[in-house]
Design a binder for this molecule. Structure first.
Ligand SMILES: NC(=O)C1=CN([C@@H]2O[C@H](COP(=O)(O)OP(=O)(O)OC[C@H]3O[C@@H](n4cnc5c(N)ncnc54)[C@H](O)[C@@H]3O)[C@@H](O)[C@H]2O)C=CC1
Ligand SMILES: CC(C)CC(=O)C(=O)O
Ligand SMILES: [Mg+2]
Length: 361
């Protein structure tokens, strides 16, 4: 198998820089322990790139992203560039990377383990045992549809999906369901939207290739409710770009924090079976806590584990990182979003505890 090892590290803004620095420490430790020879190359994106170059994503960084074996991404978003006169919007960087690199499949696992199960008995009784995977279509839908624009007091966006776009994400989701508990929930708004009626038709068609998978269709509003009422009933969910974005922020409250939610954004596989991919926590730059050293680094470190497995073909190294995260949380070492201000520790303390478990030397 080809040795893949060049990782572009695009930290971005706000807590993106803090949680990415933590994941880099972990990648260095795992590289040392497993002799991976990882090359970690920093790159400016988002507000940091606007400040330096006037644009959220330079062509040079896009070229480096194309050439890398994988990308570790923090988060973009900076209130300084929210206004109408801003030279660019930081968020354009992540949207452009997804589109330009063809990262159409966004996998967002949600697991509730002992350590993160709710701290109230009622909550624990609902969420314990949750193990679901949201497969979000990432390069189509309303975030990319044309036309879009603003005409004075009127603004518009367009939701577009084509059958081939739906078909390929459906195949990814059915394939993953086959390797899990063989249940797939397709989430749409077919009672209102034409794009959703096509979505439902195409997913049903693709299902014929996977007779062992039990398929159900669920409207997105009902899904939002059931995600909180009975999350353990879900195995794999497949949905469009915006619904997947919203449902996964909601799902982060099952383990208890956005800071526990990793993600992988994948392009079609290479001949050796690995995928070009971008790996990022599902959260944003969190300006409300940026600079305080209290951001939860677990989502980004768990994203780095996904990177090792899916883009670099290093399942043992990935498992070592995941085991170190689980052991650290189980021992009660966690940030304030999990344990509250009196017991929560800093980003650095959690990171050091994870690194120490990977590389005790
Ligand atoms: N992929 C990306 O780069 C994303 C960028 N954004 C951008 O981030 C900026 C802030 O957006 P928000 O709506 O505030 O969403 P956010 O995800 O940054 O924060 C939402 C809430 O969760 C908390 N939180 C998030 N991550 C955390 C962590 N690791 N540890 C502890 N607490 C955490 C924050 O403190 C905040 O209270 C915006 O500019 C938005 O556009 C938002 C989502 C994804
Ligand atoms: C810029 C946004 C679309 C990013 C986001 O919220 C996400 O991907 O979860
Ligand atoms: Mg989001």
């Amino acid at each position: 198998m080809t040795t893949r090892r060049k990782v572009l590290v695009a930290a971005g803004d706000g807590i993106g820089t803090e949680v990415t620095a933590a994941a880099v420490e972990v990648l260095r430790a795992v590289s040392q322990r497993f002799g991976l020879g990882l090359e970690l190359e920093p790159a400016l994106v988002g507000g940091a790139s606007i400040a330096a170059h006037g644009t959220a994503l330079t062509d040079a960084v896009l070229d480096r992203a194309r050439a890398a074996d994988a990308i570790l991404f923090g988060a973009v978003g900076d209130p300084r560039y929210d206004g109408p006169d801003a030279p660019d919007r930081p968020e354009r960087a992540i949207l452009a990377l997804r589109k330009q690199l063809g990262l159409f499949a966004n996998l967002r696992p949600v697991r509730v383990d002992e350590a993160s199960a709710g701290r109230s008995p009622l909550r624990e009784s609902i969420v314990a045992g949750t193990d679901l995977l949201v497969v979000r279509e990432l390069t189509g839908g309303i975030y990319f549809g044309q036309p879009r624009g603003r005409e004075g007091e009127r603004a518009f966006d367009t939701m577009v999906y084509t059958a081939p776009e739906i078909e390929r994400i459906a195949h990814v989701a059915f394939g993953l369901a086959m390797r899990r508990r063989k249940r797939l929930t397709s989430v749409d708004k077919a009672n209102v939207l034409d794009t959703s009626r096509l979505w439902r038709e195409v997913v049903t068609r693709v299902a014929a290739n996977y007779p062992e998978v039990e398929l159900e269709h669920l409207l997105v509003d009902a899904c939002a409710m059931d995600m909180l009422r009975r999350p353990t009933r879900f195995d794999v969910l497949v949905t469009g770009n915006m619904f997947g974005d919203i449902l996964t922020d909601e799902a982060s409250m099952l383990p208890g924090s956005m800071g526990l939610m990793p993600s992988a954004s994948l392009a079609p596989p290479r001949p050796d079976g690995t995928h070009p991919g971008l790996y990022e926590p599902i959260h944003g730059s969190a300006p409300d806590i940026a600079g305080q050293g209290i951001a939860n680094p677990v989502a980004t470190i768990a994203s780095a584990a996904m990177l090792l497995r899916s883009s670099l073909g290093q399942p043992e190294a990935a498992a070592a990182v995941e085991a170190a995260i689980a052991a650290t949380l189980a021992e009660g070492v966690a940030t304030v979003d999990i344990l509250g201000p009196s017991q929560g520790v800093s980003t650095q303390t959690v990171t050091e505890a994870i690194v120490a478990r990977i590389n005790p030397g």
